[in-house]
Design a protein around this ligand. Sequence first.
Ligand code: GLC
Length: 548
Amino acid sequence: MADLSSRNPDWWRQAVIYQVYPRSFADADGDGLGDLKGVTEHLNHLATLGVDALWLSPFYPSELADGGYDVADHRDVDPRLGTLDDFDALVAEAHRLGLKVVADIVPNHTSHLHPWFQEALRAGPGSAARDRYVFRPGRGARGELPPTDWQSVFGGSAWQRVPDGEWYLHLFAPEQPDLDWDDEEVRADFRTTLRFWSDRGVDGFRIDVAHGLSKDLAEPLRDVGGLGATGEDALLLVPPGSHPYWDRDAVHEIYRDWRRIFDAYDPPRTAVAEAWVPDARRALYARPDELGQAFNFEYLAARWDADELRRVITGSLATAHAAGASATWVLSNHDVVRHASRLTLPPGTDPGAWLLSGGTEPAVDRAAGLRRARAATALMLALPGSAYLYQGEELGLPEVADLPEEVLQDPIWTQTGHAQKGRDGCRVPLPWTPEGPSYGFGPGASWLPQPESFAAYAVAAQTGVEGSTLELYRTALRLRRKLLDGETLTWMTGAPPGVLDFARGRGWRCVTNLGEEPVALPAGELLLASAPLADAGILPPDTTVWLA
Ligand code: GLC
């Protein structure tokens, strides 16, 4: 059995980590926005679900220009979400229940409301305060053009002009100025932040935009030309490490420095990189003397196709093991269309275009999507390594694709000039009960409207109901704890086309039928099935089983 005890330094290697998006989890104080007390009050849900840890998306002071990833103070709690005492109470209760706590660190940028940026605006060109960020004069006769052609991930130029004529860099929203990681004060401040939360009992960190911190800021700054904004595709077109702002080799020095901080604690603090980079480069962030783990977005992006998934799984395990890391798996998070909806989009559908159509083009079959999502989850939970779950997926929640335009909050909506709807549809507050003004999320309405269909997905509506998605997750996680040992798998030979079939250490096996036709069910005691098996001996399409 995997040793997930609190003092085991390797607890993270095969842990299941549940992502809480605090503003959408539970609202204890009734202001419509989820808060830390709401999380604490519902930690029992995580304990009975059977996860090992929770990762808290940012809960820091923020004007919510980017859902909390615009941090105005890295060492405090947003007053709308609570206080540092509430945070301490959350950690204490989590630890009492045997759950680890992972905090989200946002080092690439601050909010424009951060005291440092406000000081930089006041201090003017050439000041030390501006050196903490990336300020430059513009191009053109009067400096009226941005310093380079760099594009924001959210759309438009990555440069914003300030009244004195200089421009500052923001790879995300204009309210998120990028820090200059060549500045020693910036480095020192984040060391303080890591120690601050570690001292408060945080067990690990998720590092936001881990591949963006180092930039080539040598003069003159280089244009990227046709390399585009988001990085990952662009990174395949340039020699590794040579893009001016994504995935530069120098970024690894920062993480080697942080590792010394993590290792000063007992057990050592863990970390996982959010790095949208190609597979082989991702492993560098996960080296044991750096962050230890990196999210595997290739798995998330893979089509529902046996050959493609087998290739991604084999490749991911090999790269993670070569780096000394454990593999990671994720199907949903706060940035992507929920997998209960995504996996049912016909191959080649752009999820962004589907969202723009309000989820009507193409129309999706919700039941079919949920069936596939359950099969995908059961497959993921059988893989060696750690699995990251996103709040609500244990309820089978679909994407809310038809949010009315007037409620949209994601800066992507405005920054793309309404060409992309953004990520609000996966951030709609959770339903806890089938009744109530916000289905048990809080005493009143929630900050994003929930569709009526959420009632049927509520935690209370699924608890104890045989065959519900929630009970499937609970059963799978309970079994997983019992069955886990080594970090390898063996592909079974002779699986029919469209079927993934692999064995794990203690004599158990996971079989998924991704094809369109039923196949024969291999022999063995049935431990788990992602959907009812109507005919004995038959594994229907879009179904995963675990067999002893
Ligand atoms: C990460 C976060 C995303 C955020 C961005 C900028 O990708 O997951 O939500 O918008 O960083 O901080």
